[in-house]
Design a protein around this ligand. Sequence first.
Ligand code: AMP
Length: 495
Amino acid sequence: MNFNELGLSPELLQAITDTGYTTPTPIQEQAIPVVTQGRDVLGCAQTGTGKTASFALPMIDKLAAGRARARMPRSLILEPTRELATQVEASFERYGKHHRLSTALLIGGESFGDQERKLDRGVDVLIATPGRLLDLFERGKILLSDVRILVIDEADRMLDMGFIPDVERIVGFLPRTRQTLFFSATMPPEIRRLADAFLKDPVGISVAPPASPAALVEQSLIVVAPEDKRDTLRHLIASEDVKNALIFCNRKRDVDILQRSLSRHGLDAAALHGDMPQPKRTETLERFKNNEIRLLVASDVAARGLDIQGLSHVFCFDVPYHAEDYVHRIGRTGRAGRQGRSFMLASPEDGKNVAAIERLIGRAIPPFAIDGIAAAALDAEASDGRRSRRGEHRGAERRHERSPRNAEQRDRRPRRDNRPPRQEARHEPSQQPHNETHDAEVLTFPGPAGAPVAEPRRRPPREPAPDHRSEPRVVGFGDDLPAFLRRAPRVAAEA
Ligand code: AMP
């Protein structure tokens, strides 16, 4: 099939040609006509399939007629991370270059003033992370009653990050008559429930079985002692034809440690994780994408959806705690028809986690040996203590990384009014199966027989709610006695 057959405008076809695309990808072939017709879409597709263009292209044509009013965007795209939102905005700019649509990006960590000014000028395509959007909405800077097209992208990632209550709230502010395009790489029951609630008679489109690893990635597994990992990594960087590489660690702390170690060895490496200030995150990623940095050591904040042109290698310096993260990590390479290469460095105690990954991808990852570095063997029964604790609670670092309070929502401004904090801050774990750990930190105590036990500790809510149980009840004016009542009464002298 050809792009000409999809009913797109000449301006859009020109932009597609300028971008260098010749044939539509399967999701574009299927989704573009459906979106153009105005139907809702339930898309099961991973990043790397051309999913962004599958909704962006028809949206641009649909929005071409009409103008946005101040503070009333005409379409809304919700993205789970700032990086993805930024990337989607860049796609709209590229595909819409022969149109006169205005786009705006609302993400945390950036100045409110600039975002508000853009909204005031009228926005056709608004791309936002849920936290910042709600902030601006609550402050009266944006009205959502004109949104005619809603895109919920990476819905399963939203779920993982605890954003679903925010998304549900946002959808509640939108007009009922709208077109909704809902994309998710996987369709667990919670995501199905949401799709059922948000979509009307959707057309289902599925282009890749969930969690299928990128077919174009040649994968290898190296099992070494933990103390040999850095040596192994440096050896691979030196011996493989590494043009540029993402190196994943499980914990943010380890990202920094590894980046410093690589730099000390004279390698050109930067770090990227969710605890870094947003301008630094954006700048680092830009420099990496522009090939100004060769090695990017990252947490899983970089595992999903990031589109780095021609990334030659992915190294999993740690075996991910969750098998599906492996698929996302290695999926950063082998994109857009190019061959990619991945190496996972495991220690003997990663046995169970490696087995889980191999079960998920349906095959064994071929082993790889390096001369001069002693190969170790996986212990099939092992899963190190830290890992099993994390397994129970989905990983402290990872949870922190995913916590709405950590990045996209942490930097929300304090409310100006006295409204109580948003409902989701008070969700009990039992009500939100996937959220139960998002605002918890793990405290470890020795359990029975010395086994470590993880205890979730809830962090204070974003805006602490008054704790009525710990405060004495205030009667009348309480301690705050007005001055006129403190003065001694003047008694008029009796005549
Ligand atoms: P996405 O899944 O939207 O993140 O897109 C993944 C990558 O595929 C991006 O680098 C796009 O620029 C690229 N891409 C999207 N559509 C096409 C196409 N029809 N032909 C070639 N590359 C494409």
